[in-house]
Design a binder for this molecule. Structure first.
Ligand code: ARG
Length: 402
C-alpha cells in the first residue's frame, strides 16, 4: 500500500494509545510521507491537551490545535431546544464528532493533505460519525485500527517495541471521552451490565449529600441565556453549571445503549449542565406550548435526537425539524427555578410572559379571557362525555347475554 510517497495525512490526534500508534502505521503501512496531528478543543480538560502536546513532541509530529468550543456549545444549545436525549444520554460525544471532523478537514485542506485518518475501532459509533463528514471530500479516508484489526494488546506491545510515548497507567483502564456536554466512561469491568460502578469513575459529580440549592435559568427563544440573573455566553454557562450542579451529584446516567451497528453496550456518563438545562427547558415548554404542540414536538425531538446520535446534524431532515422547533421556541422565553438536590435537578418554579395560563380562568371568575363562559356551560359537555363508551358497553353486554 505504499503509494502515497510525498503525501501528507491529517490524523485526528488525542495523544492516547490508539492515535499514537496510528502515527508510525500511517507511514509504514499506508506509505504516507508525513503525518500531521490535529486536536480539536471541544472542552476537554487541560491535561488532555498537555498530553497530546507532549506526545506529539516526542513523536516529532507536526501538531495543530483548533478551538471549536463556541461552535460546539451552540450545537449543544440547539440540542436543548430539541430536548435531545438518546436512551437517556444527552449526546455529548455524538454531537462533538461532526464539529471535530469538520475542523480536521479544514486543517487538512489548508495543509495540502491528501488523506484523513482516525483511530476509531470498527465497533463503535465514532467511525461512522467522522466518516459521514470526511467522505464528502476527495481525500482518502483511513481507519488504521479498524482496517488492520488492531487490538489494545497489540497496540501496547507495538508501542513498547518502538518506545512510543504512551502511558499505560490509570488512563488505560477505562476509555474516557470528555467534552463540554458530557463525560463518558466505558470499558474494562464497566462493560458487564451487572457490575456496579465504583464511585471513582466519576470526576464531575460527587455523591449526593443532603444539601440543596435553588438556581434560576433564563431562556430566550429556547436558548439558555442566564444563570441567577447574570447573562452568560454558552461555553461559560455550561462550564459554570457543570461545576455547580456536579456538587449535588446531578447528571449521572448508567444506561444500556443500542449502538448504530446494533451492539447493545453498557454506558456510564456524567453531564450536570446538560441535565439542568434540559430539565429547565422542558419545564418552560410545558408552560408556554399547547397540549397538541407538546405532544407533536415529542416526535420532532425524537427524530432530532436520532440524527444527533448518528452524527448527522447536517441532514436536510434536521433543518426541516428545526423549522418546526424555531416556530415553537419564539415563546420559550422566561425563567425556571431549579432545585439541585440529591442527584436531581428538579424544576420547582417557572415564569414566562407567554404562559398559557390565566389565574381567573383556572379559578372560574367568569368575567375574563374565557369570553363569558360560565360554569354551567360545562353541563352539556359532561352529559356527552363517555357517551360512545356507554353505548359500546351496552351493545357488548347485550351480545354476551344472548
Ligand atoms: N457511546 C457513546 C456514543 O457513541 C460515547 C462513546 C464515548 N467513547 C469513549 N471512548 N468513552 O456517543
Amino acid at each position: 500500500m505504499s503509494n502515497n510517497d510525498n503525501e501528507r495525512v491529517a490524523l485526528a490526534f488525542s495523544g492516547g494509545l490508539d492515535t499514537t500508534v496510528c502515527v508510525p502505521l500511517l507511514e509504514e503501512e499506508y506509505g504516507y510521507d508525513e503525518v500531521i496531528g490535529v486536536t480539536v478543543d471541544v472542552g476537554q480538560p487541560a491535561e488532555e491537551f498537555a498530553e497530546a502536546e507532549e506526545t506529539a513532541e516526542a513523536l516529532n509530529l507536526e501538531h495543530y490545535v483548533v478551538d471549536a468550543k463556541d461552535e460546539f456549545a451552540d450545537l449543544c444549545f440547539d440540542a436543548v431546544r430539541a430536548n435531545a436525549s438518546y436512551q437517556g444520554y444527552p449526546l455529548g460525544t455524538a454531537l462533538a464528532r461532526p464539529v471535530i471532523a469538520k475542523a480536521i478537514l479544514e486543517v487538512a485542506e489548508e495543509q495540502g493533505c491528501t488523506g484523513l485518518a482516525h483511530g476509531c475501532t470498527g465497533k463503535g459509533n465514532d467511525q461512522l460519525r467522522f466518516e459521514a463528514v470526511w467522505r464528502d471530500s476527495d481525500l482518502e479516508v483511513i481507519a488504521p485500527v479498524r482496517e488492520l484489526g488492531l487490538t489494545r494488546e497489540f497496540e501496547q506491545e507495538y508501542a513498547a517495541e518502538r518506545d512510543l510515548p504512551v502511558e499505560g497507567g490509570d488512563e488505560g483502564k477505562y476509555s474516557i471521552d470528555t467534552n463540554l456536554w458530557s463525560r463518558s466512561i466505558e470499558g474494562s469491568e464497566l462493560e458487564e451490565p451487572s457490575y456496579v460502578p465504583p464511585e471513582d469513575i466519576y470526576q464531575w459529580t460527587t455523591a449526593p449529600t443532603g444539601e440543596t440549592e435553588e438556581i434560576q435559568i433564563g431562556f430566550e427563544d429556547g436558548y439558555p441565556v442566564s444563570l441567577n440573573g447574570s447573562e452568560m455566553a454558552p461555553v461559560e454557562l455550561i462550564e459554570e453549571l457543570n461545576d455547580l450542579a456536579g456538587d449535588y451529584g446531578v447528571g449521572r446516567s448508567d444506561i444500556m445503549e443500542d449502538r448504530m451497528l446494533g451492539l447493545k453496550v453498557r454506558e456510564n456518563y456524567e453531564h450536570p449542565a446538560a441535565t439542568v438545562l434540559l430539565n429547565a427547558h422542558r419545564a418552560l415548554e410545558d408552560l408556554v406550548l399547547t397540549k397538541e404542540e407538546r405532544a407533536f414536538k415529542k416526535q420532532i425531538d425524537h427524530e432530532w435526537s436520532e440524527k444527533g446520535y448518528q452524527g448527522l446534524v447536517n441532514a436536510p431532515l434536521v433543518g426541516a425539524l428545526e423549522g418546526f422547533i424555531d416556530e415553537t421556541q419564539t415563546r420559550v422565553t422566561g425563567t425556571v427555578t431549579v432545585r439541585l438536590e440529591g442527584g436531581q435537578a428538579r424544576p420547582v418554579g417557572r415564569d414566562s410572559t407567554y404562559a398559557v395560563y390565566s389565574a381567573e380562568a383556572a379559578s372560574f371568575n367568569t368575567e375574563d379571557v374565557t369570553g363569558g363562559i360560565e360554569q354551567n356551560d360545562a353541563t352539556g359537555v359532561a352529559k356527552y362525555h363517555g357517551f360512545q363508551e356507554r353505548l359500546a358497553n351496552r351493545v357488548i353486554d347485550s351480545q354476551n347475554e344472548e
